[in-house]
Design a binder for this molecule. Structure first.
Ligand code: HEC
Ligand code: HEC
Ligand code: HEC
Length: 146
């Protein structure tokens, strides 16, 4: 019985490390408050949230948005050994860790700053009145279009 259990544990251990190494990139830790919708939600929907809020800013001139790139890169900053923020050029850059893995390439940072900027007055607190309903309505609309 012991031996069986031991074998099982060893198996689980190796299966785990295999999955960890082969199937998932190591996502850098973030600073600030986590997403109230949860990691799972943001993982699946971040691109739509960004597009939605870009359209609000660029097309409708609404600047009070919840998903600005400047905010993403502030909370998700990755620092090098000199404590300097790494840019999108680096393979360790937060957005690239997953994207490189799934072969997604972004052109966003040819225009947008990929490191936190002192000039951007952003808060690391979340707006409790964030337009979450508006986002959900948008996502549902998109689903219906499919
Ligand atoms: C207020 C700080 C903050 C802002 C702003 C922010 N995030 Fe996050 N984000 C977090 C935290 C904290 C987590 C949880 C990280 C963890 O578990 O290590 C997280 C998790 C994530 C995850 C999931 C990571 C994982 O481990 O699966 C993704 C993807 C993500 N954020 C993308 C974004 C994008 C895109 C933006 C901009 C639209 C953004 N975040 C803005 C703090 C922030
Ligand atoms: C050709 C240049 C260019 C590229 C490429 C670009 N943007 Fe933008 N983006 C802009 C400009 C200009 C604005 C308006 C900025 C302003 O008025 O503050 C903007 C605004 C935004 C905003 C709202 C403001 C903010 O601070 O976040 C979001 C979100 C956004 N873009 C997301 C993206 C994403 C995601 C990509 C890549 C898929 C992208 N953009 C690629 C030029 C660009
Ligand atoms: C947890 C993994 C993960 C992280 C971290 C992550 N992404 Fe993504 N992102 C993905 C995946 C997977 C896709 C492709 C989804 C698809 O093909 O439908 C994607 C796609 C995108 C797209 C759409 C690209 C296109 O060509 O249409 C944008 C924009 C985007 N991510 C922005 C960001 C930004 C900005 C960050 C960093 C702040 C980030 N992502 C961090 C997993 C991640």
């Amino acid at each position: 019985m012991r031996v069986l259990l031991g074998a099982l544990l060893i198996f689980i251990f190796f299966a785990n490390s295999l999955i960890a190494e082969d199937n998932f990139p190591l996502i850098p830790k973030a600073t600030g408050k986590p997403h109230p919708e949860g990691n799972e939600f943001i993982r699946i929907n971040h691109m739509d949230l960004l597009r939605h809020d870009r359209d609000l800013v660029v097309k409708e001139g609404i600047r009070n948005i919840d998903n600005s790139l400047a905010q993403c890169v502030t909370c998700h900053v990755v620092r090098d050994e000199n404590n300097e923020p790494v840019t999108y050029e680096s393979e360790e850059y937060f957005c690239r860790v997953c994207h490189d893995y799934v072969a997604v390439k972004l052109d966003c940072f040819t225009c947008h700053n990929s490191v936190p900027s002192a000039e951007v007055s952003i808060s690391l607190f979340r707006d409790e009145n964030a337009p979450f309903e508006r986002l959900m309505a948008y996502l549902e609309e998109k689903d219906n279009d499919r």
